[in-house]
Design a protein around this ligand. Structure first.
Ligand SMILES: Cc1ncc(COP(=O)(O)O)c(C=O)c1O
Length: 388
């Protein structure tokens, strides 16, 4: 079996990388070490690189189709082998990106000024997509890390019972907390959504990075009514720049409506060729090997952070997440505002770590740890130096 070397440092500068080359846009200076946007500093699996090279060698990149068995069955294979879950290949639809899918469903399933409910804190693009589509946001705050980011079922039901609430937007596993919703929680959530006729959109893009002790259940294994699951291999296999994602849409009519949006209204009838090839190559035996080694690696990186913070910065309260390569670090005991804290990180430590404010909670920092341990160690050193 191939052993992937996640310790290998690959220089990403001068590749127009958002994380590395445009760090100044986020933090105001270019000379800082980034732990920001959620892509990884790891090479893609061999199967992906080989498939892309082979396709690139063919010098014609014409309009191409995703609607064939090779594409759909790779997704069926992945859910089967990775998650022990059944997916009907007829449910599968291509979409250029997960957030494109979410935005489209928000428009298809609700009217302006109606409400989209979601757990907060949350992935920042959700705030933007709800607001830009002129929908109202109904936030339901998850409990603290110490409470396992528990769900306040009474608040949730109160929000869902409002006639204006048309959609519940879930991300499972959850960005930024790393909570993995249990099958019981998903079942209770879907029952409540059904009771109040609220449509459930689940974004499962982080599903492959789940740590021992937790187990991922796709929402489509709980219910196939009033639900869609939006996903992509791009977080796991580091291919977001290739463009491509997919949706599981069990409802035939809704699937047809989505296809009209995609192909007729937005004229996106051709797939991104490299996005499609990378997706099919990643959802394979080699992808399974890569993903399981990646999870081991980022799990041990989470241990590294925990050990470092407990020893050197005990006022930083860090509970290891159940999933994702995002460390959600409680800084509420630090006697500084988030602006003051960021000023120290950026201008003293020269390290770029996302303020929790971006995700709706100024008591936290979000650190993307999907990088070689040498970079992570340097980042932690800089974090400490920010306060020396
Ligand atoms: C929860 C979640 N959904 C979606 C995305 C982005 O996916 P896409 O680039 O396919 O829109 C991210 C990226 O950080 C994410 O964390």
């Amino acid at each position: 079996m191939k052993t992937y070397d996640f310790d290998k440092v690959i220089d990403r500068k001068n590749t127009y990388s958002t994380q590395w080359d445009y760090i100044g846009d986020r933090f105001g200076r270019d000379d800082i070490l980034p732990f920001s946007i959620s892509d990884t500093d790891f090479a893609v699996p061999d199967s992906v690189q080989t498939a892309l090279k082979k396709r690139i060698e063919h010098p014609i990149y014409g309009y191409s189709r995703w609607n064939h068995d090779d594409y759909k069955n790779s997704i069926v294979y992945w859910f089967n082998n990775k998650d022990n879950a059944e997916v009907d290949p007829n449910w599968v639809v291509y979409s250029p990106s997960v957030v494109f899918s979410i935005a489209t469903f928000i428009r298809l399933l609700s009217e302006p000024n109606q409400t989209v409910a979601t757990f907060t804190p949350m992935y920042d693009a959700f705030y933007k997509v709800i607001e830009a589509n002129e929908r109202n946001l109904a936030p339901i705050r998850l409990g603290s890390a110490q409470q396992g980011y528990s769900i306040d079922w009474d608040s949730l039901e109160t929000v869902l019972a409002q006639p204006q609430t048309r959609i519940f937007l879930l991300t499972n596993p959850h960005n930024p907390t790393g909570k993995v919703f249990s099958a019981d929680e998903l079942s209770q959530l879907s029952k409540l959504c059904k009771k109040y006729d609220v449509f459930l959109i689940s974004d499962d893009i982080h599903k492959d990075i789940v740590y021992p002790g937790s187990s991922y259940t796709p929402i489509t294994s709980v219910t196939t009514e009033n639900v869609v699951l939006c996903c992509s291999g791009s977080k796991t296999f580091n291919t977001p720049g290739l463009i491509g994602s997919y949706i599981l849409i069990p409802d035939d009519k809704l699937r047809e409506k989505f296809l009209v949006e995609l192909k007729a209204k937005n004229a996106l009838s051709s797939v991104s060729i490299l996005g499609m090839y990378s997706q099919m190559a990643a959802y394979s035996e080699d992808g399974l090997t890569y993903a399981s080694q990646l999870v081991k690696y980022t799990d041990s990186s989470m241990d590294l952070i925990k050990g470092f913070l407990d020893k050197n910065l005990p006022e930083f309260n860090f509970v290891k997440p159940s999933a994702t390569y995002l460390a959600w670090i409680d800084v509420s005991k630090i006697d500084l505002t988030m602006d003051e804290l960021q000023d120290k990180l950026i201008n003293v430590g020269k390290v770029g770590i996302m303020p929790g404010t971006t995700y709706g909670d100024s008591n936290y920092l979000r650190m993307n740890i999907a990088c070689p341990k040498s970079k992570l160690e340097e980042g932690l050193k800089r974090l400490k130096a920010s306060f020396d």
